[in-house]
Design a protein around this ligand. Structure first.
Ligand code: PA5
Length: 424
Protein backbone atom coordinates (compact mmCIF):
# COMPACT_ATOMS: atom_id res chain seq x y z
CA UNK A 1 0.00 0.00 0.00
CA UNK A 2 1.34 3.45 -0.94
CA UNK A 3 -0.32 5.31 1.93
CA UNK A 4 1.70 5.36 5.14
CA UNK A 5 0.34 5.64 8.66
CA UNK A 6 2.40 6.69 11.69
CA UNK A 7 1.17 6.29 15.26
CA UNK A 8 4.39 7.10 17.16
CA UNK A 9 2.73 10.13 18.75
CA UNK A 10 0.04 8.00 20.40
CA UNK A 11 2.63 6.62 22.82
CA UNK A 12 1.56 7.26 26.38
CA UNK A 13 -2.04 7.88 25.27
CA UNK A 14 -2.88 4.33 24.13
CA UNK A 15 -1.21 1.42 25.89
CA UNK A 16 -0.16 -1.87 24.26
CA UNK A 17 -2.80 -3.73 26.30
CA UNK A 18 -5.55 -1.51 24.93
CA UNK A 19 -4.43 -2.30 21.38
CA UNK A 20 -4.55 -6.01 22.22
CA UNK A 21 -7.91 -5.79 23.97
CA UNK A 22 -9.60 -3.95 21.14
CA UNK A 23 -8.85 -6.67 18.56
CA UNK A 24 -12.02 -8.78 19.19
CA UNK A 25 -14.22 -5.68 18.86
CA UNK A 26 -12.55 -4.64 15.61
CA UNK A 27 -12.94 -8.21 14.36
CA UNK A 28 -16.66 -8.11 15.15
CA UNK A 29 -17.06 -4.77 13.39
CA UNK A 30 -15.11 -6.09 10.39
CA UNK A 31 -17.28 -9.19 10.16
CA UNK A 32 -20.51 -7.20 10.45
CA UNK A 33 -19.31 -4.91 7.71
CA UNK A 34 -18.03 -7.42 5.17
CA UNK A 35 -20.78 -9.99 5.84
CA UNK A 36 -23.36 -7.18 5.64
CA UNK A 37 -24.97 -8.10 8.94
CA UNK A 38 -24.35 -4.78 10.70
CA UNK A 39 -26.57 -1.69 10.92
CA UNK A 40 -27.28 0.03 7.60
CA UNK A 41 -25.80 -2.82 5.57
CA UNK A 42 -28.01 -2.02 2.58
CA UNK A 43 -25.84 1.10 2.12
CA UNK A 44 -22.48 -0.68 1.98
CA UNK A 45 -22.25 -0.88 -1.81
CA UNK A 46 -19.17 1.38 -1.62
CA UNK A 47 -17.20 -1.56 -0.17
CA UNK A 48 -16.52 -3.06 -3.60
CA UNK A 49 -17.78 -0.20 -5.77
CA UNK A 50 -14.41 0.38 -7.45
CA UNK A 51 -13.90 -3.26 -8.39
CA UNK A 52 -17.51 -3.45 -9.62
CA UNK A 53 -17.04 -0.36 -11.79
CA UNK A 54 -16.85 -1.34 -15.43
CA UNK A 55 -13.83 0.10 -17.27
CA UNK A 56 -16.20 0.63 -20.21
CA UNK A 57 -18.07 3.25 -18.14
CA UNK A 58 -14.80 5.02 -17.35
CA UNK A 59 -13.86 4.99 -21.07
CA UNK A 60 -17.30 6.35 -21.96
CA UNK A 61 -16.97 9.18 -19.41
CA UNK A 62 -13.49 10.01 -20.66
CA UNK A 63 -14.85 10.39 -24.22
CA UNK A 64 -17.80 12.44 -22.91
CA UNK A 65 -15.27 14.74 -21.20
CA UNK A 66 -13.31 15.21 -24.42
CA UNK A 67 -16.50 16.03 -26.37
CA UNK A 68 -17.74 18.49 -23.74
CA UNK A 69 -14.40 20.30 -23.49
CA UNK A 70 -14.39 20.84 -27.25
CA UNK A 71 -17.61 22.83 -27.16
CA UNK A 72 -17.41 24.41 -23.68
CA UNK A 73 -15.33 27.05 -21.94
CA UNK A 74 -16.33 25.85 -18.48
CA UNK A 75 -18.42 23.40 -16.48
CA UNK A 76 -20.87 24.15 -13.70
CA UNK A 77 -21.22 21.24 -11.29
CA UNK A 78 -24.46 21.52 -9.29
CA UNK A 79 -24.84 19.58 -6.07
CA UNK A 80 -24.38 19.68 -2.31
CA UNK A 81 -23.02 17.40 0.44
CA UNK A 82 -22.04 14.07 -1.06
CA UNK A 83 -22.95 15.36 -4.51
CA UNK A 84 -20.42 18.20 -4.23
CA UNK A 85 -17.62 17.79 -1.68
CA UNK A 86 -15.91 14.75 -3.24
CA UNK A 87 -15.87 16.44 -6.64
CA UNK A 88 -14.35 19.62 -5.29
CA UNK A 89 -11.88 17.71 -3.11
CA UNK A 90 -10.68 15.74 -6.13
CA UNK A 91 -10.50 18.73 -8.47
CA UNK A 92 -8.51 20.79 -5.96
CA UNK A 93 -6.13 17.95 -5.13
CA UNK A 94 -5.49 17.14 -8.80
CA UNK A 95 -5.40 20.81 -9.79
CA UNK A 96 -2.29 20.32 -11.95
CA UNK A 97 -4.23 17.97 -14.28
CA UNK A 98 -7.47 19.97 -14.59
CA UNK A 99 -8.23 20.77 -18.23
CA UNK A 100 -11.18 23.18 -18.02
CA UNK A 101 -12.48 25.59 -15.34
CA UNK A 102 -15.15 24.10 -13.12
CA UNK A 103 -17.59 26.21 -11.11
CA UNK A 104 -19.87 25.01 -8.34
CA UNK A 105 -23.52 25.80 -7.70
CA UNK A 106 -26.34 24.29 -5.72
CA UNK A 107 -24.09 24.17 -2.66
CA UNK A 108 -25.55 27.30 -1.03
CA UNK A 109 -28.60 29.57 -1.13
CA UNK A 110 -26.74 32.83 -1.76
CA UNK A 111 -28.30 35.07 -4.43
CA UNK A 112 -25.12 37.12 -4.70
CA UNK A 113 -22.99 34.05 -5.35
CA UNK A 114 -25.20 32.80 -8.16
CA UNK A 115 -25.66 36.29 -9.62
CA UNK A 116 -21.91 36.87 -9.96
CA UNK A 117 -21.29 33.33 -11.21
CA UNK A 118 -23.83 33.63 -14.03
CA UNK A 119 -22.86 37.24 -14.83
CA UNK A 120 -19.29 36.07 -15.38
CA UNK A 121 -20.45 33.27 -17.69
CA UNK A 122 -22.74 35.30 -19.99
CA UNK A 123 -20.28 35.16 -22.90
CA UNK A 124 -18.97 31.68 -22.15
CA UNK A 125 -19.91 28.33 -23.61
CA UNK A 126 -21.27 26.40 -20.65
CA UNK A 127 -22.09 22.74 -19.89
CA UNK A 128 -23.76 21.85 -16.61
CA UNK A 129 -23.84 18.67 -14.56
CA UNK A 130 -26.72 18.40 -12.09
CA UNK A 131 -26.09 15.84 -9.37
CA UNK A 132 -28.73 14.85 -6.87
CA UNK A 133 -29.39 11.32 -5.72
CA UNK A 134 -32.79 12.16 -4.29
CA UNK A 135 -33.50 14.70 -7.02
CA UNK A 136 -35.29 16.85 -4.46
CA UNK A 137 -32.55 18.67 -2.53
CA UNK A 138 -33.51 22.33 -2.02
CA UNK A 139 -30.19 23.99 -2.88
CA UNK A 140 -29.59 21.90 -6.01
CA UNK A 141 -33.21 22.08 -7.22
CA UNK A 142 -33.38 25.89 -6.90
CA UNK A 143 -29.96 26.46 -8.49
CA UNK A 144 -31.02 24.16 -11.33
CA UNK A 145 -34.20 26.21 -11.90
CA UNK A 146 -32.20 29.42 -12.15
CA UNK A 147 -29.32 28.00 -14.21
CA UNK A 148 -31.71 26.17 -16.53
CA UNK A 149 -33.40 29.50 -17.30
CA UNK A 150 -29.93 30.99 -17.96
CA UNK A 151 -29.11 28.09 -20.31
CA UNK A 152 -32.47 28.34 -22.11
CA UNK A 153 -31.68 31.96 -22.98
CA UNK A 154 -28.38 30.87 -24.53
CA UNK A 155 -29.24 27.61 -26.29
CA UNK A 156 -32.06 25.89 -28.26
CA UNK A 157 -33.65 22.62 -27.11
CA UNK A 158 -31.27 20.43 -29.11
CA UNK A 159 -28.20 22.12 -27.75
CA UNK A 160 -29.59 21.90 -24.20
CA UNK A 161 -29.80 18.13 -24.50
CA UNK A 162 -26.04 18.10 -25.00
CA UNK A 163 -25.24 20.73 -22.41
CA UNK A 164 -27.32 19.51 -19.47
CA UNK A 165 -26.10 16.26 -17.96
CA UNK A 166 -27.90 14.78 -14.96
CA UNK A 167 -26.75 12.28 -12.36
CA UNK A 168 -29.53 10.90 -10.18
CA UNK A 169 -31.48 7.86 -9.05
CA UNK A 170 -32.14 5.29 -11.79
CA UNK A 171 -35.93 5.60 -11.46
CA UNK A 172 -37.17 8.02 -8.80
CA UNK A 173 -37.15 11.74 -8.11
CA UNK A 174 -37.89 15.06 -9.78
CA UNK A 175 -34.62 15.08 -11.70
CA UNK A 176 -35.36 11.70 -13.23
CA UNK A 177 -38.72 13.09 -14.40
CA UNK A 178 -36.97 16.07 -16.08
CA UNK A 179 -34.56 13.67 -17.78
CA UNK A 180 -37.47 11.64 -19.13
CA UNK A 181 -39.44 14.66 -20.35
CA UNK A 182 -36.55 16.81 -21.69
CA UNK A 183 -34.25 14.07 -22.95
CA UNK A 184 -31.14 15.17 -21.05
CA UNK A 185 -28.16 12.86 -20.89
CA UNK A 186 -28.05 11.01 -17.58
CA UNK A 187 -26.07 8.63 -15.40
CA UNK A 188 -27.50 6.66 -12.47
CA UNK A 189 -26.34 6.76 -8.85
CA UNK A 190 -26.13 3.35 -7.17
CA UNK A 191 -28.97 2.50 -4.78
CA UNK A 192 -26.65 0.95 -2.21
CA UNK A 193 -24.21 3.88 -1.95
CA UNK A 194 -25.05 6.85 0.30
CA UNK A 195 -24.20 10.43 -0.70
CA UNK A 196 -21.04 10.83 1.38
CA UNK A 197 -19.68 7.50 0.07
CA UNK A 198 -20.46 8.32 -3.58
CA UNK A 199 -17.39 10.14 -4.90
CA UNK A 200 -16.23 7.04 -6.79
CA UNK A 201 -19.57 6.43 -8.52
CA UNK A 202 -21.12 8.60 -11.29
CA UNK A 203 -22.12 11.17 -8.62
CA UNK A 204 -18.44 12.13 -8.58
CA UNK A 205 -17.01 10.60 -11.73
CA UNK A 206 -19.05 12.54 -14.33
CA UNK A 207 -17.88 16.03 -13.29
CA UNK A 208 -14.34 14.71 -12.72
CA UNK A 209 -14.21 13.22 -16.22
CA UNK A 210 -15.48 16.49 -17.70
CA UNK A 211 -12.73 18.33 -15.81
CA UNK A 212 -10.25 16.04 -17.60
CA UNK A 213 -9.01 14.20 -14.51
CA UNK A 214 -7.72 10.64 -14.53
CA UNK A 215 -10.75 8.73 -13.26
CA UNK A 216 -9.21 5.42 -14.33
CA UNK A 217 -6.33 5.92 -11.89
CA UNK A 218 -8.66 7.21 -9.18
CA UNK A 219 -10.69 3.99 -9.40
CA UNK A 220 -7.55 1.87 -9.71
CA UNK A 221 -6.28 3.38 -6.43
CA UNK A 222 -9.55 2.47 -4.71
CA UNK A 223 -9.41 -1.04 -6.18
CA UNK A 224 -5.92 -1.51 -4.69
CA UNK A 225 -7.16 -0.16 -1.37
CA UNK A 226 -10.09 -2.62 -1.37
CA UNK A 227 -7.56 -5.45 -1.31
CA UNK A 228 -5.11 -3.81 1.10
CA UNK A 229 -7.70 -2.85 3.71
CA UNK A 230 -9.67 -6.07 3.57
CA UNK A 231 -7.68 -8.14 6.03
CA UNK A 232 -8.64 -8.44 9.67
CA UNK A 233 -5.16 -8.06 11.09
CA UNK A 234 -4.76 -4.92 13.16
CA UNK A 235 -0.97 -5.13 12.81
CA UNK A 236 -1.25 -4.90 9.03
CA UNK A 237 -4.48 -3.04 8.25
CA UNK A 238 -3.73 0.67 8.71
CA UNK A 239 -7.35 1.69 8.05
CA UNK A 240 -8.37 -0.46 11.04
CA UNK A 241 -5.50 0.92 13.15
CA UNK A 242 -6.78 4.42 12.45
CA UNK A 243 -10.36 3.34 13.27
CA UNK A 244 -9.33 1.64 16.51
CA UNK A 245 -7.11 4.52 17.64
CA UNK A 246 -9.92 7.02 17.07
CA UNK A 247 -12.31 4.88 19.12
CA UNK A 248 -9.85 4.37 22.00
CA UNK A 249 -9.08 8.09 22.15
CA UNK A 250 -12.80 8.94 22.05
CA UNK A 251 -13.41 6.62 25.01
CA UNK A 252 -10.74 8.58 26.92
CA UNK A 253 -12.56 11.86 26.45
CA UNK A 254 -10.88 13.03 23.26
CA UNK A 255 -14.14 14.09 21.67
CA UNK A 256 -12.72 16.25 18.88
CA UNK A 257 -10.56 15.13 15.97
CA UNK A 258 -8.68 17.78 14.02
CA UNK A 259 -7.53 16.84 10.53
CA UNK A 260 -4.52 19.07 9.89
CA UNK A 261 -3.15 19.45 6.40
CA UNK A 262 0.04 21.21 5.37
CA UNK A 263 -1.00 21.41 1.72
CA UNK A 264 -3.52 23.84 0.26
CA UNK A 265 -4.64 21.25 -2.26
CA UNK A 266 -5.83 18.99 0.60
CA UNK A 267 -8.11 21.56 2.20
CA UNK A 268 -11.23 20.31 0.37
CA UNK A 269 -10.27 16.70 1.07
CA UNK A 270 -10.60 17.81 4.70
CA UNK A 271 -14.06 19.26 3.94
CA UNK A 272 -15.07 15.96 2.33
CA UNK A 273 -13.65 14.08 5.34
CA UNK A 274 -15.68 16.23 7.76
CA UNK A 275 -18.91 15.26 6.03
CA UNK A 276 -17.94 11.58 5.87
CA UNK A 277 -17.03 11.39 9.55
CA UNK A 278 -19.53 13.86 11.00
CA UNK A 279 -22.56 12.44 9.21
CA UNK A 280 -21.52 8.83 9.78
CA UNK A 281 -20.75 9.01 13.50
CA UNK A 282 -22.72 11.92 14.89
CA UNK A 283 -25.99 10.38 16.09
CA UNK A 284 -27.70 8.84 19.13
CA UNK A 285 -25.90 11.39 21.34
CA UNK A 286 -22.50 10.01 20.22
CA UNK A 287 -19.73 10.82 17.78
CA UNK A 288 -16.32 12.44 17.45
CA UNK A 289 -16.60 16.06 16.28
CA UNK A 290 -14.51 16.38 13.08
CA UNK A 291 -12.71 19.67 12.59
CA UNK A 292 -9.90 20.69 10.25
CA UNK A 293 -6.96 23.07 10.10
CA UNK A 294 -5.07 24.46 7.12
CA UNK A 295 -1.46 24.65 8.19
CA UNK A 296 0.70 26.51 8.52
CA UNK A 297 -1.87 29.34 8.18
CA UNK A 298 -4.00 28.16 11.10
CA UNK A 299 -0.97 27.83 13.38
CA UNK A 300 -1.21 31.61 13.47
CA UNK A 301 -4.86 31.48 14.55
CA UNK A 302 -5.77 28.13 16.13
CA UNK A 303 -2.24 27.12 17.11
CA UNK A 304 -2.63 28.54 20.61
CA UNK A 305 -5.74 26.46 21.35
CA UNK A 306 -4.18 23.32 19.91
CA UNK A 307 -1.10 23.77 22.07
CA UNK A 308 -2.65 24.84 25.36
CA UNK A 309 -6.45 24.65 25.22
CA UNK A 310 -8.74 22.03 26.78
CA UNK A 311 -7.20 18.60 26.25
CA UNK A 312 -10.25 17.03 24.62
CA UNK A 313 -8.63 16.95 21.16
CA UNK A 314 -6.62 14.53 19.08
CA UNK A 315 -5.08 15.35 15.73
CA UNK A 316 -4.57 13.55 12.45
CA UNK A 317 -2.01 15.03 10.08
CA UNK A 318 -2.49 14.50 6.37
CA UNK A 319 0.81 14.80 4.52
CA UNK A 320 2.22 14.26 1.03
CA UNK A 321 5.67 12.80 0.41
CA UNK A 322 6.27 14.22 -3.07
CA UNK A 323 4.29 17.42 -3.40
CA UNK A 324 5.11 17.74 -7.11
CA UNK A 325 6.48 21.16 -7.87
CA UNK A 326 9.67 22.65 -6.51
CA UNK A 327 10.00 26.25 -5.32
CA UNK A 328 13.62 26.91 -4.46
CA UNK A 329 14.36 29.59 -1.85
CA UNK A 330 16.96 32.04 -3.18
CA UNK A 331 19.92 33.25 -1.08
CA UNK A 332 19.90 36.90 0.00
CA UNK A 333 23.19 38.80 0.21
CA UNK A 334 22.30 40.79 3.34
CA UNK A 335 20.40 37.93 4.99
CA UNK A 336 18.21 40.46 6.82
CA UNK A 337 15.58 37.87 7.74
CA UNK A 338 18.29 35.40 8.79
CA UNK A 339 16.91 32.70 6.52
CA UNK A 340 20.00 31.95 4.47
CA UNK A 341 20.07 28.69 6.46
CA UNK A 342 17.44 27.37 4.01
CA UNK A 343 18.68 29.10 0.85
CA UNK A 344 18.84 26.61 -2.01
CA UNK A 345 16.20 24.38 -0.38
CA UNK A 346 12.72 23.68 -1.70
CA UNK A 347 9.93 25.50 0.20
CA UNK A 348 8.39 22.08 0.80
CA UNK A 349 11.45 21.14 2.88
CA UNK A 350 10.53 23.97 5.28
CA UNK A 351 6.87 22.87 5.19
CA UNK A 352 7.89 19.37 6.26
CA UNK A 353 10.04 20.70 9.11
CA UNK A 354 6.94 22.72 10.09
CA UNK A 355 4.99 19.47 10.26
CA UNK A 356 7.67 17.71 12.34
CA UNK A 357 7.85 20.62 14.75
CA UNK A 358 4.05 20.93 15.05
CA UNK A 359 3.31 17.24 15.57
CA UNK A 360 6.01 17.04 18.22
CA UNK A 361 4.95 20.26 20.01
CA UNK A 362 1.27 19.26 20.03
CA UNK A 363 2.16 15.79 21.31
CA UNK A 364 4.21 17.27 24.14
CA UNK A 365 1.35 19.69 24.80
CA UNK A 366 -1.05 16.78 25.39
CA UNK A 367 -2.55 16.25 21.93
CA UNK A 368 -2.09 12.65 20.76
CA UNK A 369 -1.58 12.61 17.03
CA UNK A 370 -1.27 10.33 14.02
CA UNK A 371 -0.05 10.96 10.49
CA UNK A 372 -1.36 9.69 7.18
CA UNK A 373 1.10 10.28 4.32
CA UNK A 374 0.25 10.09 0.63
CA UNK A 375 3.09 9.22 -1.73
CA UNK A 376 2.27 12.03 -4.19
CA UNK A 377 -0.49 14.24 -5.57
CA UNK A 378 -1.76 11.73 -8.14
CA UNK A 379 -5.27 10.32 -8.69
CA UNK A 380 -4.17 6.80 -7.71
CA UNK A 381 -3.10 7.95 -4.24
CA UNK A 382 -6.34 9.89 -3.74
CA UNK A 383 -8.44 6.85 -4.69
CA UNK A 384 -6.61 4.91 -1.99
CA UNK A 385 -7.16 7.65 0.55
CA UNK A 386 -10.90 7.88 -0.11
CA UNK A 387 -11.28 4.17 0.46
CA UNK A 388 -9.01 4.26 3.55
CA UNK A 389 -11.26 6.85 5.20
CA UNK A 390 -14.51 5.15 4.14
CA UNK A 391 -13.40 1.81 5.55
CA UNK A 392 -12.12 3.42 8.74
CA UNK A 393 -15.28 5.40 9.47
CA UNK A 394 -17.45 2.32 8.97
CA UNK A 395 -15.39 0.43 11.56
CA UNK A 396 -15.31 3.29 14.11
CA UNK A 397 -19.05 3.76 13.60
CA UNK A 398 -19.69 0.12 14.50
CA UNK A 399 -17.26 0.33 17.44
CA UNK A 400 -19.08 3.40 18.76
CA UNK A 401 -22.38 1.55 18.26
CA UNK A 402 -24.13 3.69 15.65
CA UNK A 403 -25.41 3.06 12.14
CA UNK A 404 -22.67 4.79 10.10
CA UNK A 405 -24.74 4.81 6.92
CA UNK A 406 -27.83 6.85 7.75
CA UNK A 407 -28.36 10.55 8.48
CA UNK A 408 -31.79 10.93 10.11
CA UNK A 409 -30.76 14.14 11.86
CA UNK A 410 -30.50 16.19 8.68
CA UNK A 411 -34.28 16.07 8.23
CA UNK A 412 -35.07 18.20 11.30
CA UNK A 413 -34.13 21.60 9.87
CA UNK A 414 -35.59 20.69 6.48
CA UNK A 415 -39.05 20.11 7.99
CA UNK A 416 -38.92 23.50 9.67
CA UNK A 417 -37.62 25.24 6.56
CA UNK A 418 -40.27 23.69 4.30
CA UNK A 419 -42.94 24.78 6.78
CA UNK A 420 -41.61 28.35 6.63
CA UNK A 421 -41.55 28.20 2.83
CA UNK A 422 -45.06 26.76 2.65
CA UNK A 423 -43.73 23.73 0.72
CA UNK A 424 -45.67 20.50 0.99
O1 PA5 B 1 -24.57 12.17 2.50
C1 PA5 B 1 -25.67 12.53 2.14
O2 PA5 B 1 -26.56 11.71 1.92
C2 PA5 B 1 -25.99 13.98 1.90
O3 PA5 B 1 -24.94 14.82 2.20
C3 PA5 B 1 -26.37 14.20 0.45
O4 PA5 B 1 -25.29 13.84 -0.36
C4 PA5 B 1 -26.78 15.62 0.18
O5 PA5 B 1 -27.83 16.01 1.05
C5 PA5 B 1 -27.24 15.79 -1.25
O6 PA5 B 1 -28.28 14.90 -1.52
P1 PA5 B 1 -28.77 14.62 -2.98
O7 PA5 B 1 -27.67 14.02 -3.76
O8 PA5 B 1 -29.93 13.71 -2.82
O9 PA5 B 1 -29.19 15.94 -3.59
Amino acid sequence: MDIKFDIANLKGFIEKKEWDDIVPQVKKAHEELVNKTGQGSNFTGWLDLASRTDNALLDELKILGEEVRENSDCIISLGIGGSYLGIRATVEFLIADQKIPIHYAGNNLSSGYLYHLLKGLEDKRVTIVVISKSGTTTETALAFRIIKEFMEKKYDANELKKRIICVTDQEKGALRKSINSEGYRSYPIHDDVGGRFSVLCPAGLVSLALAGLDIHQLIEGARDAEKAFDEMDLEKNIAYQYAAARYLLYKKGKKIEVLSTFYQRLSYVAEWWKQLFGESEGKDGKGIFPASLNLTADLHSMGQLMQEGERNVFETFLMVEDSGHKMIIPPAEENLDNFNCVAGKDLDFVNKQGYKATSSAHYEGGVPNMTITLPNCQAHALGQLYYFFQKAVAITGYLIGVNPFNQPGVEAYKKKMFALLGRE
